[in-house]
Design a protein around this ligand. Structure first.
Ligand SMILES: [Zn+2]
Ligand SMILES: [Zn+2]
Length: 424
């Protein structure tokens, strides 16, 4: 959505408020006005029977925009089923309504059969469209959560998917106050964070080193900067990133020896592999330590750090507190210079990069692309991107093809001689 759209929306919201009297007349039947149509006052239940919209009165209602053909939707549906079941079993005033983006009735029916809640009939395209517009739905899965007696949508949450991934059923009743409480709890948990309470469990105070299963005490990592490397052998980007990380790991170690101070750096592999043999062969390519395979600690860490995709590199400071969750990105941008990954260091590197960019050519031909590439920054149309040359993330300065969006890190450009390309 462009900035222009945001402003328009705000204006509309402002105008709606000045018409408050009209609004409140409709509001006694808020769910009816949203979910019913002029010739339908019901929703369909899982077994196909009709349930009157008025039965939602007084409940917190989630509108679930989803489509059966899209894997992220199916993944989230599984989570939603779990949350719904838990809330039903303790008789919470909560209900869900499926708003389908399925392609045909058969797909809708198949998908709906999985969902133990209500649905808008597939045939009612108008109501679905109106909901899409009202809540500005831009993609699925999307979960809009409505509070009862909230006629102006002041308490409506638009990021239900995000909230359930983070907090699960604990987020009920999905009020802003409840979310603030959870945020506070999470912050406090992170403030109490130490290396031991992250990596140890009640009967293990060590990690694996080489040759596995050599035991390395977690205590021996105290005072070091630590990278937690979440990856798996089945994950292609992870396997591709690993040798880069190995080489940079060695360079950082080397640099610290030359600097001759007390600082040290270590990486701990947190495996998401499917089986022990996958873990073993992958860990053999790494010179650092690992959490033993298959322990709940690995899953807990991923949840705690909100790891959504792998590979992921979380950096902890010498005091055991989190420095950044963007270790992978920083390694890609700055290689070994990213160490120790602190905000101060990143600021410095950004300034240096801005300085260096002044000397870079404004445009360049790169061996991997047929069009001319233009130097862009965050301010001039750049921003987070995936480098088309090394397939890794980038941010800030980049060479971009204005025709087709092809984008590479400045360090990845292999300039080509264009003297014989004139007249193209
Ligand atoms: Zn690159
Ligand atoms: Zn191009």
């Amino acid at each position: 959505m462009s900035l222009e759209d945001c402003r328009n929306l705000k204006q509309q919201a402002g105008e709606a408020k000045t018409n408050g009297d009209v609004e409140s007349n409709i509001s006694s039947n808020r769910f009816l006005s949203l979910l019913a149509s002029k010739d339908r006052n019901f929703l369909i239940s899982p077994d196909g029977t009709q349930v009157e919209v008025s039965e939602l009165e007084g409940k917190v209602v989630g509108l679930y925009f989803s489509a059966n053909w899209y894997p992220p939707c199916r993944n989230f549906t599984a989570i939603l089923i779990d949350v719904h079941e838990q809330l039903k079993s303790n008789r919470s005033k909560f209900e869900l309504v499926f708003v389908s983006s399925d392609e045909n009735l058969e797909a809708f029916n198949d998908y709906r059969a999985l969902m133990p809640w209500l649905s808008i009939p597939f045939s009612d395209v108008e109501t679905k469209k109106a909901l899409d517009r009202k809540f500005n739905i831009e993609g699925v899965p999307c979960l809009i959560i409505l509070q009862p007696e909230d006629d102006n949508d002041e308490a409506t949450l638009h990021d239900g998917v995000e909230i359930l991934y983070r907090f699960g059923v604990q987020a009920f009743p999905f009020t802003k106050q409840r979310l603030e409480e959870l945020e506070l709890q999470e912050r406090q948990k992170h403030e109490r964070q130490t290396l031991t309470n992250l990596l140890a469990d009640h009967d293990r105070d060590y990690l694996f080193g080489h040759p596995a299963p050599k035991q390395v005490p977690i205590d021996s990592l105290m005072g070091k900067t630590i990278g937690l490397f979440f990856s798996a052998q089945w994950c292609n980007p992870g396997v591709k990133f690993t040798p880069k990380l190995v080489s940079i790991y060695h360079k950082i170690k080397q640099m610290l020896i030359l600097n001759d101070n007390d600082e040290d750096f270590e990486i701990v592999f947190v495996s998401n592999d499917w089986d022990q043999s996958g873990f073993n062969s992958y860990f053999n390519t790494m010179p650092w330590l690992a959490l033993p395979f298959g322990e709940p600690t690995a899953k807990n860490l991923a949840k705690y750090f909100d790891v959504r995709g792998i590979p992921c590199l979380i950096i902890l400071g010498p005091d055991g507190k989190t420095i950044t969750k963007h270790g992978r990105n920083l390694i890609n941008l700055y290689q070994e210079n990213a160490y120790p990954f602190t905000e101060a260091k990143v600021d410095l590197l950004e300034k240096q990069m801005d300085e260096e960019a002044k000397n870079l050519p404004r445009s360049e031909y790169h061996a991997g692309h047929k069009h001319e590439l233009t130097l862009v920054s965050q301010e001039t149309g750049g921003g987070p991107f995936i480098c088309c040359d090394c397939d890794e993330q980038g941010a800030g300065w980049a060479y971009q093809c204005l025709d087709c969006g092809y984008e590479v890190h400045p360090k990845c450009v292999r300039a080509v001689d264009t003297s014989n390309m004139l007249g193209r």
